[in-house]
Unconditional design. Structure first.
Ligand code: HEC
Ligand code: HEC
Length: 460
């Protein structure tokens, strides 16, 4: 730096000093206004935007993928991209310690590399270029953090596009800066700034290309029931599908029936005091998550069964079990499973049969279960599927197999042996449920509420 420039800068400083802005109170006042504004913004954000509702933390869920706070997402994406590099990708410390270390080192050294006292941007091209590209790269890597690194079909194209945008172009830009700074002394500032602008545009371009070609994966919109009644209802639905098969509708099964591979297994009734008093919520949750593989109960936790239950869902089942069976808990008032029938009312598939089947039958009668071929998951399947499809529900016929077996009369082979046991195998349905099935079949299995409304159940 020559003496002239030093003199100029000194004069400018003196002028500013004369004009006089003092640290106290002038600067402090500005700072205080700014701090207050930020504080108000924070309060408004916390009041009106808040934090996303997410399920409870589950320390036993090994499939959980932790995500950092947003301000670290660029590092997170950088690690994901680095991990895709064939051999080097396995040596993690390069990406976790060495590269960030070098980057921070360069930032620390920047004031020593560039000691120019000037503020005019063209005179500060090198530090501005380095810092600009660095921040711009962080912005794009952050925006890309939620986008897939590997495409659903296994292709690594999105990762390659992202790596070009966030790593390769910045590196090339830095090399170009350095070369220019040391070779083209005179025109270097403009060369560096133009290179930085060009590189920035390319980074944005490649990032957008990756975002458009490989869009965000669809989010699972899981709803989290919050009220106790909603949680118990959710738990009962889950119980009906996953547990009823072996433990029965009321958790009282002592000998498993109608389940392939476990026929005749003796178990303790899970609605009994014995079980509910000895197991606290944590051990109940553990049994549901890990199962009792040695005794025949499969694991239900997501960690052991990709189609399994989340921690929250397991909690709903526990809430259902406690409030329904445990006499130390009180049952809140719950919506009835189906609207009670009026004396002449005919039930419909939509309003009455669907919830009943889901609660009492679907656990065994659905695709994927080995013990039988009668699927009750759709209207058509209830009418037609199964080994005895044409006999299960016959419009207007009291001898329909379904009506027989739910009323405790097994279907017999010609030689008198039992062909189909009573349904559900664990015990009889309540009279009002049986009445719904009877009216429905005898009146011709109406599908919609409108169809059912045109019919009248004859009272004797
Ligand atoms: C395929 C059959 C099957 C299914 C489905 C099943 N279990 Fe089990 N369960 C068993 C068997 C077998 C045992 C072990 C028998 C025993 O411990 O008495 C058991 C044990 C249990 C126990 C421990 C009882 C005790 O005595 O300690 C609980 C609690 C339990 N199950 C709850 C559930 C819940 C809740 C579900 C649904 C998410 C479920 N089970 C689904 C078969 C099953
Ligand atoms: C614990 C499992 C289980 C539950 C719950 C269950 N079933 Fe079954 N169901 C079976 C099995 C297994 C068969 C095969 C025949 C047999 O072994 O008795 C069967 C057969 C049937 C059949 C004869 C189907 C055919 O074409 O062979 C009908 C009808 C039936 N069940 C109706 C029902 C209804 C209605 C419900 C609900 C109220 C129900 N079941 C609940 C296990 C179950």
């Amino acid at each position: 730096m020559n003496e002239d420039v030093k003199q100029q800068i000194h004069e400018k400083y003196e002028r500013e000093l004369q004009r006089g802005e003092r640290f106290w109170p002038d600067s402090i006042f500005k700072d205080a206004i700014m701090a207050l504004a930020l504080f108000i913004v924070l309060i408004l954000l916390a009041t009106f935007v808040g934090v996303h509702d997410s399920p409870k933390a589950d320390p036993s869920d090994t499939s959980y993928i932790p995500r950092p706070e947003w301000y670290f997402l660029f590092l997170f994406k950088f690690l994901a991209l680095y991990g895709q590099i064939p051999v080097l990708g396995k040596i993690e410390w390069i990406a976790t310690a060495l590269i960030p270390g070098i980057a921070i080192g360069i930032l620390t050294l920047l004031p020593f590399i560039d000691k120019s006292p000037r503020r005019y941007y063209a005179k500060r091209a090198l530090p501005l270029g380095i810092m600009g590209i660095l921040v711009w790269g962080m912005v794009w890597l952050t925006l890309l953090a939620d986008y897939p690194t590997v495409a659903p079909d296994g292709s690594s194209t999105p990762g390659i596009l992202q790596a070009i945008a966030g790593i390769v172009i910045p590196l090339l830009a830095y090399i170009a800066f350095t070369v220019m700074a040391y070779t083209l002394k005179e025109r270097a500032p403009h060369g560096i700034l133009l290179t930085a602008l060009g590189a920035g545009a390319l980074m944005a371009g490649f990032s957008l290309l990756s975002m458009i070609l490989y869009p965000l994966p669809a989010k699972e919109t899981a709803e989290h029931p919050t009220s106790l009644v909603d949680r118990i209802t959710a738990g009962q639905d889950l119980y009906s599908i996953h547990c009823l098969e072996c433990h029965g509708e009321d958790g009282a099964v002592k000998v498993i029936e109608g389940v392939a591979g476990l026929e005749g297994t003796v178990i303790s009734p899970i609605s009994s005091r014995d079980v509910l008093y000895t197991l606290n919520d944590a051990s109940l949750g553990e049994i549901i998550a890990y199962g009792r593989p040695d005794l025949g109960m499969p694991p239900f936790g997501k960690a052991y069964n990709p189609e399994g239950l989340t921690r929250a869902e397991i909690d709903y089942i526990i809430a259902f079990m406690r409030h329904t069976w445990d006499d130390r808990y009180e049952m809140p008032k719950i919506q009835p499973l189906f609207p009670p029938l009026a004396p002449n009312e005919v039930p419909s598939y939509e309003v009455h049969i669907t919830p009943i089947v889901k609660r009492y039958c679907l656990s065994c009668h659905r695709p994927g279960k080995d013990s039988n071929d009668y699927f009750m998951d759709t209207y058509e399947n209830i009418l037609n599927s199964g080994d005895n499809g044409d006999m299960n529900v016959i419009a207007g016929d009291e001898n329909s197999f379904l009506l027989q077996v739910i009323q405790g009369k097994p279907i017999l082979n010609p030689d008198g042996s039992e062909a189909i046991g009573v349904m559900p195998p664990s015990g009889t349905l309540k009279p009002d449920v049986i009445e719904v099935f009877r009216r429905w079949v005898l009146m011709g299995m109406p599908r919609t509420a409108e169809e059912a409304a045109t019919l009248t159940w004859p009272t004797p």
